[in-house]
Design a protein around this ligand. Structure first.
Ligand SMILES: [Zn+2]
Ligand SMILES: [Zn+2]
Length: 304
């Protein structure tokens, strides 16, 4: 269904036992990658995911641990014989970054589309996945992302019969298309589809202090993936100064946003075992996981 893989969980530099933070989302045969630090292509392969299936790469910001894996990833996508266009999106400055990095990845067999944003929010769609980028608070311009998969309302077959809508139109109407009969009658989805049902939502924020924008945009997420650079309370000053978060701050955001589940990521290289401090976060928000690289979940629509 809506497939989530946290490829890596490290911050600052890739470690032999921990890749850099990066998230792969897959839905209906399409894929979005968020952040692409050094060695992200290895993390992807470790999960047996093909770089060919990445339709968009979104960047939170342009610190090296989130962007330096781009040239290698693009070359791997080319090697995997991707020919469809790829969307690259992120804060203002993207074009300059991409142009410089891709000097070493010339002659790619696919078109690159760029989208930059500078406002507090930006909305766009990537193959049925609705993306919302929202500004957070790091020491450079940085965005968080909510990705939502919508769920159409229930199809009312009785109503379709009553209206005499030809059978051949039932499927296209369920997919949201308007149909026109030979006699000129027009059938629109709203004639036979119920209210839109609750979809699935994943929110990803890293390299930021806690912000109101995170609390608002993470609200109601099935899964909230948030940085937890430090776990030890003695590092609270460092977290504030470097514009990062403590485990407990991520847990407080999860609680106030009312999410189902929190996965921590972007650990400091000095944090050997995040499980050591996980109880501090769980005291605030019990459904907190000290994620490891490759953590995966398939999100499915709620039973009705
Ligand atoms: Zn980082
Ligand atoms: Zn950063």
């Amino acid at each position: 269904m809506f497939d989530v893989t946290l490829l890596g969980t490290g911050g600052m530099m890739p470690m032999p036992y921990r890749y850099l933070t990066s998230l792969m989302l897959r839905y209906g045969g399409n894929g979005i990658l968020i952040d692409c630090g050094e060695a992200t292509q290895c993390a992807l392969r470790k999960k047996s995911l093909s770089p060919k299936g990445i339709d968009a790469i979104l960047f939170t910001h342009y610190h090296a641990d989130h962007v330096s894996g781009l040239p290698g990833m693009m070359l791997s996508m080319a090697n995997a014989e991707r020919t469809e266009p790829v969307l690259l999106a992120g804060p203002k400055g993207l074009e300059r970054i991409v142009r410089s990095l891709l000097v070493i990845a010339q002659g790619l067999p696919f078109e690159i589309k760029l989208m930059e944003y500078g406002g507090s929010e930006e909305d766009f769609d990537v193959f049925g996945m609705h993306v919302k980028a929202f500004k957070v608070n790091h020491n450079v311009t940085c965005y968080g992302y909510s990705v939502t998969v919508k769920r159409a309302g229930r199809f009312n077959a009785e109503e379709a019969k009553r209206l005499g809508i030809p059978l051949e139109f039932w499927n296209p109407l369920q997919k949201g298309n308007t149909c026109r009969g030979e006699d000129g009658s027009v059938y629109t989805p709203d004639m036979v589809m119920g209210e839109e049902r609750r979809g699935l939502k994943v929110t990803y924020t890293t390299d930021t202090r806690p912000t109101k924008s995170i609390e608002v945009n993470a609200a109601g997420s099935d899964l909230f993936i948030c940085e937890g650079m430090y776990g030890d309370p003695a590092d609270a000053g460092k977290a504030r100064e470097k514009k990062h978060m403590m485990f407990t701050e991520a847990a407080e955001l999860a609680r106030s946003a009312g999410v189902q589940e929190l996965w921590l990521t972007h650990y400091s290289p000095s944090l050997n075992d995040p499980r050591e401090y996980i109880h501090l976060a769980r005291d605030i928000f019990p459904e907190t996981a000290a994620s490891k690289d490759g953590r995966h979940k398939e999100l499915n629509y709620a039973e009705e």
